[in-house]
Design a protein around this ligand. Sequence first.
Ligand SMILES: NC(=O)c1ccc[n+]([C@@H]2O[C@H](COP(=O)([O-])OP(=O)(O)OC[C@H]3O[C@@H](n4cnc5c(N)ncnc54)[C@H](OP(=O)(O)O)[C@@H]3O)[C@@H](O)[C@H]2O)c1
Length: 166
Amino acid sequence: MASPITPTITIVVARAINGVIGRDNQLPWHIPGDLKRFKSLTMGSAMIMGRKTFDSLPGLLPGRRHIVMTRDIDWKVDGVEVAHDVGSALALAGETPVSVIGGAAIFALFEPLADRIELTEVLAEVEGDVTMPDLRSSERWREVAHEDNQAAGETPAWRTITLVRR
Ligand SMILES: NC(=O)c1ccc[n+]([C@@H]2O[C@H](COP(=O)([O-])OP(=O)(O)OC[C@H]3O[C@@H](n4cnc5c(N)ncnc54)[C@H](OP(=O)(O)O)[C@@H]3O)[C@@H](O)[C@H]2O)c1
C-alpha cells in the first residue's frame, strides 16, 4: 500500500537577537520587506497558528488556509479551521503544505516535526513579552542560506536565514 503523502512543514518566524518575537500581542517591529517575504512564503499553504496570533492578524489573509489552535472547544470564526491538538491540525491540513506561523507555544509544539525554518533575524535588541529560543543552537538544524538587509529609516537591519533539518 502506498504511504500517505506528508506535506512539508515550515516554521516561519521573525525573532530579535534577544529572543523577542512579540509585544502586546503584536509584532514589535514594522519591516515591510519581511511582510512581503512572509506573504510569499505562506501563500497557498495551510497556516497553523495559536489563537492569540490569529487575534493579532488584521483579518483572514487571502490565499491561505487558517488553522487555529485553541483549547476552547466553543471557539469558532468564519473561514477558520479549528484544531485542539497537533495531530488534528495536521490532519486538517491534509496534503496542503503547512506553514507554522506562531506564536511561541505553537513553534515549540511543531519544532520536532518541522522540515524547514524560515527565520528572519531582526538585528536589534527589542523589548517584548513573548520570546522563543534560538533554534540555530540546536543540533537538529543546519543553515543552508542567508541574506542580509540593511537598516533603512525606522526599519532595523534584518537577516533571512533558511534552516533545514539535519
Ligand atoms: N515574530 C513572529 O514571527 C511572530 C509570529 C507569531 C506571533 N508573534 C507574536 O507572538 C505573540 C502571540 O504569541 P503567544 O505565544 O502569546 O500566543 P499563540 O501561540 O499565538 O497562542 C496561544 C494560544 O494558542 C492556544 N494553544 C497553545 N498551545 C495549545 C495546545 N497545545 N493545544 C491547543 N491550543 C493551544 C491557546 O489558545 P486558547 O487560549 O484560545 O485556548 C493559547 O492561549 C504576539 O505578540 C504575536 O504578535 C510573533
